[in-house]
Design a protein around this ligand. Structure first.
Ligand code: SF4
Length: 347
């Protein structure tokens, strides 16, 4: 089965900036472990399309793990802004620094070695070991779970079926070209064995596939219904000085958007209490910013004020308009800025 899939991969592999394609790999070109690791960290909970530009940008600013290890924390957080899950960016830096300080600047080339690095869990360790070092590790993402559930016609819902699907994926992992194979299963799930309408007619695994034979492919994998996502509320305070400077605050290292620059806000709760960062004539915007995090929806009402150049905030710092970059804000905070900006332009 792996031979059929690899043959398909040789013809249909997706082109990705961090990937060494099957032809180049056969010609002896090896992937850059740093580029592979960076892509895997970025791809956690994020799509390939969203990651491409960030990956290119990171590699142009910090072409090696040594460059990233020596980077300024704030510059890395700003370059990461918009990708979400900011703990990943902090772990990214910790990991780069550990690779340089403890491993002489070379990523460990085994699953066990990679697993010792900060922020590298079982999935990332397996993916980097397989893709960068051609180790026969089993890489199981959502695409692979779907393909395995269909190949074996597994009706136990996720997440309960995870161990079984992982075992089935492991049983299929070959010792020949395991790095290409890992990427091939993921490509199959992303392009042929897609969630809603699998293209079974052109699938390299159509013969052995049990769900295709049973006519159950489109209904698999089954999933246990998620609990309803709760909503939290908050108030964001956007203060601009007469000279154009904006009042921003670096969020605490721990917690959501930790270490990121943003507008001062209240706590995010069921019923937030007003907590303005300075005394001003605050006006409430008619629109609120909405953003969804992993475990809750956030609705931020927005208060805006123009303040004197000598205004002294109780928290946060004024950032001159010349150095303020909305692109360096995390998405939730960027949405707040866009609403304020649109209101100011309309008035
Ligand atoms: S035959 Fe269909 S359901 Fe089975 S693996 Fe291929 S695309 Fe998926």
């Amino acid at each position: 089965m792996s031979a059929d899939l690899l043959e398909w991969y040789d013809r249909h592999a997706r082109v990705m900036p961090w990937r060494v394609g099957p032809q180049d790999r056969k010609a002896g070109i090896k992937p850059d472990p740093y580029a592979v690791w960076l892509s895997e960290v970025m791809l956690q909970q994020t799509t390939v399309a969203a990651v491409r530009d960030y990956h290119r940008n990171f590699l142009s600013i910090w072409p090696t793990v040594q460059d990233l290890a020596a980077a300024d924390d704030a510059a890395v957080m700003a370059a990461w802004a918009g990708l979400g899950y900011y703990a990943r960016a902090r772990n990214l830096l910790k990991c780069a620094r550990t690779v340089v300080s403890d491993w002489g600047g070379a990523f460990p080339d085994t699953y066990e070695g990679l697993l010792t690095l900060p922020g590298v869990g079982p999935y990332t360790a397996a993916a980097v070991a397989a893709i960068a070092f051609d180790r026969a590790e089993t890489v199981v993402d959502g695409n692979v779970e779907r393909v395995m559930a269909r190949m074996h016609d597994i009706h136990t819902p996720l997440p309960a079926s995870k161990p079984q699907l992982t075992q089935l994926a492991s049983d299929l992992t070959p010792n020949t070209r395991p790095g290409d194979y890992a990427q091939a299963v993921m490509d199959l799930g992303a392009t042929i064995c897609t969630p809603r309408s699998p293209a079974c007619g052109i699938c390299p695994w159509r013969e052995p596939c049990k769900a295709r034979a049973a006519g159950t492919a489109a209904m698999l994998p089954k999933k246990t219904p998620k609990k309803k996502t709760p909503t939290r509320f908050g108030i964001a305070y956007v203060a601009q000085r007469e000279d154009g400077a904006w009042l921003l605050e670096t969020r605490p290292e721990t917690g959501l958007l930790g270490g990121m620059l943003g507008w001062p806000t209240t706590e995010w709760t069921d019923a937030p209490q007003a907590d303005p960062p300075l005394i001003a004539d605050w006006k409430t915007l008619s629109e609120e910013a909405r953003h969804t995090f992993t475990h809750f929806h956030l609705r931020l009402s927005i208060q805006y004020a123009r303040v004197a150049t000598d205004a002294v905030p109780m928290r946060g710092d004024f950032v001159p308009a010349s150095t303020f970059s909305p692109a360096s804000l995390p998405t939730a905070m960027r949405k707040v800025f866009d609403l304020v900006d649109a209101t100011l332009r309309d008035n």
